[in-house]
Design a protein around this ligand. Structure first.
Ligand SMILES: NC(=O)c1ccc[n+]([C@@H]2O[C@H](COP(=O)([O-])OP(=O)(O)OC[C@H]3O[C@@H](n4cnc5c(N)ncnc54)[C@H](O)[C@@H]3O)[C@@H](O)[C@H]2O)c1
Length: 267
């Protein structure tokens, strides 16, 4: 059976996992390769993407590593050039890199604010700046940006929420500006995913509370985000651009009062 991404070349940024396990970027890269894409695995830390590359190689997929900091314009340019040099074209860009801190505006320093904006937002502008001309050369492509439910509602972190709302904004601009070139741009807003990004800060009680916060009452993983990215990257989504797809077990259709069972008991 043909793979859903056969013949396509993809870049996944943040394709490693920041701690043990399989996060959004790693799962996405594995699924892209499983469906036939050749994948350039990008991360600041070589040992992290090496694990992803080993996983893909074991499954018989095709992927290679590129170590880069996606807040650097030069490194983003080299990243796109490397994908084209190694694989001959670029069809898919999954902008997964993102970091968070917990702080309101009275607590966050200017340096922290600028750092979050650079990593979560500027990186997308830079990678797209170089990826879009490469995609145009072959008649189009698909960009997937990873936002968060925190980009749609407050989440105890003003810098993170602001940056993730900006990810939704830049996605709409990309969709509007480059649709005529055959380039689609869509956004995923993950909910309370349990994965390497949050696991080190979590005890079992909080893990359970997060799991039961949304109507489906089950735990989300990097694979849930990866499968959404796979759909948006594939030709199955050929008529979908500019949207934000929540992957959140229904969290966004509820309200904090009704979704948190522990809070409900206190009412
Ligand atoms: N896990 C969740 O609950 C959750 C929820 C909503 C949104 N998200 C979003 O998902 C994305 C990441 O998910 P993940 O599970 O892959 O996280 P992760 O932390 O496991 O992996 C992210 C990878 O990005 C790399 N990275 C960080 N800064 C970089 C930079 N400047 N240049 C290159 N690489 C860099 C890290 O080394 C890491 O390997 C982020 O955009 C995050 O905001 C996560």
């Amino acid at each position: 059976m043909a793979g859903r991404l056969d013949g396509k070349v993809a870049i996944v940024t943040g394709a490693g996992s920041s701690s043990e396990g399989i996060g959004n970027g790693k799962a996405t890269a594995i699924l892209f390769a499983r469906e036939g894409a050749k994948v350039l695995l990008v991360d600041m830390f070589e040992e992290r993407v090496a694990e992803t590359a080993a996983h893909i190689a074991k499954e018989g997929g095709e992927a290679s590593i590129f170590v880069a900091d996606v807040t650097s314009s030069d490194q983003c340019e080299q990243m796109v050039a490397t994908a084209v040099e190694r694989y001959g074209r670029l069809d898919i860009l999954d902008n997964n890199v993102g970091i968070s801190i917990r702080a309101d505006v009275t607590e966050v320093s200017e340096e922290q604010w600028d750092h979050i904006m650079n990593v979560n937002v500027k990186s997308i502008m830079l990678s797209c700046k170089f990826a879009i001309p490469a995609m145009r050369n072959t008649g189009g492509g698909a960009i997937i940006n990873i936002s968060s439910m925190a980009g749609l509602r407050a989440n105890s972190s003003a810098p993170y929420t602001t940056s993730k709302a900006a990810v939704i904004g830049i996605t709409k601009s990309l969709a509007g500006d480059h649709g005529a070139d055959g380039i689609r741009a869509n956004c995923i807003a993950p909910g309370l995913i349990y994965g390497p990004m949050v696991a080190p800060r979590m005890d079992e009680r909080l893990r359970g509370d997060r799991m039961h916060a949304a109507p489906l009452g089950t735990e989300g993983t990097g694979w849930d985000v990866g499968y959404a990215a796979l759909f948006l990257a594939s030709d199955e989504a050929r008529w979908i651009t500019g949207v934000t797809l929540p992957v959140d077990a229904g969290l966004l259709v509820t309200t904090p009062v009704t979704y948190n069972r522990l809070d409900q008991q206190k009412l």
